[in-house]
Design a protein around this ligand. Structure first.
Ligand SMILES: CC(C)(COP(=O)(O)OP(=O)(O)OC[C@H]1O[C@@H](n2cnc3c(N)ncnc32)[C@H](O)[C@@H]1OP(=O)(O)O)[C@@H](O)C(=O)NCCC(=O)NCCS
Length: 222
């Protein structure tokens, strides 16, 4: 798994995302239990509270160290340990033993990243974060007679990462929920999302065992 080889993951991700972004990836040593990640913790996996708390702390520290490396490379003079996100040029995700920090190289008014380990998710979560219009568009995009339903677990996990990345790219996200953001073409691996007059561009890339989405705030349309 890539968690054991963060340098390789970082290189792959940087190549896939292109020169617009600065990327730092850190692996979290498997000495502590993996922090259960949303959207759906694995069934039957339980951790006692103190060890889970320690794992969360470690994961957060590793993530903040990755964020510091990105900020340094961008010349952003911020205290990354205490920085409260969202931030116009910096974003962070940590999950399943991997932390990914991403920065926007140029001028930016919002950036978001989300990483999820590929795993089964409950199809019932679709209603929690997709709008009715998105679910309709996904149904229409499914090929007739397709064996895989439009909201198959794979699609849902990808869209979850997209919505989380878009949410994080919205510097005005306080009080918002994922369903406040509307994806124009949810069947596509890259595209646009809107919330009111705000517009976001996103892209999802697949790496062995992981999905990573990055979103940037684009422009105001109203
Ligand atoms: C904040 C949120 C995006 C974090 O996502 P997550 O998958 O739990 O965690 P990730 O590892 O991907 O990201 C964690 C990082 O997000 C960043 N973050 C937290 N709140 C943020 C916000 N409002 N905007 C941007 N980034 C934020 C933090 O840097 C955090 O790192 P830290 O632990 O060092 O502080 C998520 O909890 C959330 O609120 N989602 C939207 C709300 C929603 O609709 N929830 C219901 C869905 S059914």
């Amino acid at each position: 798994m890539y968690a054991a080889d963060p340098a390789r993951l970082e290189q792959a991700l940087a190549t896939l995302l292109g020169p617009e972004f600065v990327v730092s990836v850190a692996g979290i040593a498997p000495t502590t239990p993996a922090v259960p990640a949303r959207p759906a913790p694995e069934r039957g996996v339980t951790h006692d509270a103190p060890s889970l708390e320690a794992a969360r702390r470690t994961e957060r520290q590793v993530g903040r160290a990755a964020l510091r490396r990105v900020a340094d490379r961008l010349g952003e003079r911020v205290d990354t340990d205490r920085l409260v996100l969202p931030h116009p040029r910096l974003t962070l995700t940590h999950s399943h033993g991997v932390a990914v920090a991403v920065g926007a190289r140029g001028a930016s008014t919002g950036i978001g990243v989300d990483l999820e380990a590929v795993r089964p998710v409950n199809p019932g979560i679709a209603r929690l974060f997709l709008t009715a219009a998105e679910r309709t568009r996904l149904g229409a995009a499914a090929p007739a007679g397709s064996a895989a339903p439009a909201t198959s677990p794979d699609v849902l996990l990808r869209l979850w990462t997209v919505k989380e990345a878009v949410f994080k790219a919205d510097t005005g996200n306080a009080g918002r929920i994922l369903a406040d953001y509307e994806l124009c073409r949810p069947a596509a691996w890259s595209g646009h999302a809107t919330r009111g007059g705000s517009r976001f561009r996103y892209r999802t890339v697949q790496l062995p065992g992981h999905l990573v989405s990055v979103a940037v705030h684009e422009e105001r349309t109203a």
